[in-house]
Design a protein around this ligand. Structure first.
Ligand SMILES: Cc1ncc(COP(=O)(O)O)c(C=O)c1O
Length: 428
């Protein structure tokens, strides 16, 4: 009987070698191989980064066991540093921060706060979104295979029900390489957005999931529609925030500013579970003297706080934002070649160090992970493993994503892209 119950990133029944350790950007596998981890959205500094080791060792020695319910000086310092370092360019906007346990929990709590503030229950996102699978974040995860219910193998799907309306805006279109359909202008795409959002507490938008990336005109148009409809706008920067975009936050690429920003994955440098919600100055003022009635024992845990402070310092010390911009140019050059060489590739899009490769195949809307057969994306990932890299598929049937650690060397990045190129031959 299976004792550990979990869902894999790649679909299908095949059991690959197991991860037994990590070093730099490599996973150490049970068959003795070293594979570049190409799917490390939660590991911006790779494995066992010296700054993380030092911060955690120290925290274990000196930190109290203190729940979210007690004020603790170090947690306050972490909030100050997050605001002073990461939001340094946003001092006119930023209000306050609350720490959480994961990106899913941060989104759940941001959405719940939006419901409380607006008195509305409907929530909104865009097509093909993924915002997590806990509480309200599950409700706005609209990728059909991540419904939070049961995939009944070869027999249909039983999604977990949601007791309120979930609205979807059309997703941004286009892509950098391949044969994407010509993108419609944001004003046309989002012409009905104000109407769609008219009863929504909030619209939450992210900039990678489903292979749909940052578009400044889309952001400004959606933000305007949300404001006019009386809905709050939550920027889900769980993946894009804190380095991966090549700037602190993806939303900084346009004029508009959200009401809330949610963070997770890289926030604690991959060394501890983490999440955060950052509220605008206006929203903090709107809270006035009201207490944000929510609590969880381990939120802002001392290990997370130590790791977060060390990560922020490392981004600055190692100049990681510039580094990501430099590596983005290298990836873009290779992706142009890969799109041209593999006819199965329909579109490739990406920003910074997050890229999605979408393949010819069945429409993603019909994929519910309810088959035991290995989908094409997983077969490509299996083949890429032979060439030395682990590439994730987000559980989708026709798309793969690349998100290596931000500290990856140019040589290892080249190897990762070689492995992708080699893996794609499985599509032929
Ligand atoms: C955009 C986005 N938001 C939220 C989440 C949820 O974060 P977590 O898995 O840490 O709960 C994810 C996870 O992949 C994500 O990609």
């Amino acid at each position: 009987m299976q004792r550990l119950l979990q869902t894999g990133l790649n679909a299908g029944e095949a059991d690959g070698p197991k991860v037994v350790g990590g070093e730099g950007v490599h996973f150490l596998m049970s068959d003795g191989r070293r594979l570049i981890d190409g799917s490390s959205t939660g590991g911006p500094l790779g494995h066992r980064h010296p700054a993380m080791l030092e911060a955690l060792r120290k925290a274990v020695e000196v930190a109290p066991v203190v729940s979210e319910g007690w004020y603790w000086e170090e947690r306050e310092k972490a909030a100050e540093e997050l605001i002073d370092i990461a939001f340094a360019g946003e001092h006119g906007w930023v209000g306050g921060v609350r720490f959480f346990l994961s990106g899913s929990e941060a989104n759940d709590q941001a959405l719940a706060l939006a419901q409380a503030l607006t008195g509305r229950t409907a929530l909104a996102t865009r097509e093909r979104a993924y915002h997590g699978l806990a509480g309200l974040s599950r409700a706005v995860t609209t990728q059909p295979q991540w419904h939070g219910g049961l995939s009944i193998l070869s027999g249909g799907v039983r999604p977990a029900p949601v007791p309120f309306a979930v609205r979807q805006l059309p997703a941004p279109e286009g892509a950098r390489f391949g044969r994407p359909k010509a993108p419609r202008p944001a004003a046309e795409l989002l012409a009905g957005a104000q109407e769609t959002l008219s009863d929504a507490a909030a619209v939450i938008l992210d900039y990678t999931q489903g292979g749909l990336y940052y578009d400044p005109a889309y952001q400004d148009t959606a933000a305007q529609a949300a404001r006019a409809a009386g809905a709050l706008w939550i920027a889900d920067e769980v993946v894009t925030g804190l380095g991966r975009s090549g700037r602190w936050f993806a939303f900084q690429g346009a004029q508009s500013r959200p009401d809330m920003v949610t963070l997770g994955k890289p926030l604690a440098g991959g060394a501890a579970p983490c999440g955060a919600v950052v509220l605008s100055r206006d929203l903090v003022a709107e809270l006035g003297g009201k207490s944000w009635q929510s609590y969880s024992t381990f939120r802002g845990h001392p290990l997370m706080i130590a790791a977060t402070r060390a990560y922020l310092a490392t981004v600055v010390r190692e100049n990681l934002l510039d580094r990501v911009q430099r590596l983005e140019a290298i990836v873009a050059r290779r992706m142009a070649e890969i799109a041209a060489r593999h006819p199965a590739v329909v579109r490739i899009d990406g920003r910074g160090l997050h890229w999605t490769i979408e393949l010819e195949g069945p429409d993603w809307r019909n994929w519910r992970a309810d088959t035991t057969q290995t989908p094409l994306a997983s077969a490509i990932s299996d083949r890429a493993r032979e060439a030395g890299a682990l590439i994730g598929t987000s559980g989708e049937q026709t798309s793969l994503f690349l998100a290596p650690a931000l500290i990856i060397s140019e040589a290892d990045l080249g190897r990762l892209l070689d492995a992708l190129d080699y893996g794609l031959e499985a599509a032929a």
